[in-house]
Design a protein around this ligand. Structure first.
Ligand code: CMP
Length: 138
C-alpha cells in the first residue's frame, strides 16, 4: 500500500464538487486515511507551494489557494501516487483526458480542481504538512 496527498482546491469546494470528487476517488480504489477542511492563510499556502516561488504564477496561485477553504486528504491505494496523477489529469484541463477529475471539474490551469503529489517523497512531505503523525498511523 502507498499513500499520497490530494487537495480539493477552493474552486471545487466553492462549486459544491467536493463530495463528487471524493466519491470519484473512492470508486478508483482510494481509501481516505485523513481529511480536514481549512481556509489557508498566505504563510500556509506560500509554504506549501514554496517550490514554485520563482514561477510567474506563484503570487496568483497563493492568492487563489487562500481565496476560500480547501480539503486536503491523505489517500491510500496500491500505486497511489501514479494512480492519482492518472485519475487527476493534466495540469491544464484543456489537455486533460476525458473522464479525469480536472477535465470534469477544473476551470483553467490555475483553478484546476485538485492537487496531487508528484512523487512518493513529496507525498510524504505534503501529508506531513497537513496531518499530524497520529493521523497517518490511523
Ligand atoms: P498543482 O498540481 O497544485 O501544482 C502547482 C499549481 O500551480 C498547479 O496545480 C496549478 O494550480 C498552478 N499552475 C501551474 N502552472 C500554472 C500556470 N502556467 N499558470 C497558472 N497557474 C499554474
Amino acid at each position: 500500500m502507498e499513500t499520497t496527498l490530494t487537495i480539493i482546491k477552493p474552486d471545487s469546494v466553492a462549486a459544491g464538487n467536493a463530495g463528487k470528487i471524493i466519491a470519484h476517488l473512492e470508486a478508483e480504489g482510494f481509501r481516505v486515511l485523513a481529511l480536514r477542511r481549512l481556509h489557508m492563510n498566505e504563510a500556509q499556502a506560500g509554504t506549501f507551494y514554496e517550490v514554485h516561488k520563482a514561477r510567474p504564477f506563484y503570487g496568483e496561485l497563493v492568492s487563489f489557494m487562500t481565496s476560500g477553504p480547501c480539503i486536503p486528504i491523505a489517500l491510500e491505494r496500491d500505486n497511489a501516487v501514479k494512480h492519482l496523477r492518472d485519475v487527476m489529469g493534466a495540469t491544464n484541463p484543456e489537455d486533460a483526458a476525458d473522464g479525469t477529475i480536472r477535465k470534469l471539474y477544473a476551470t483553467n490551469i490555475e483553478r484546476n480542481a485538485i492537487h496531487g503529489s508528484d512523487s512518493q517523497e513529496n507525498a510524504a512531505i505534503e501529508t506531513a504538512f497537513f496531518f499530524a503523525r497520529v493521523d497517518q498511523l490511523g
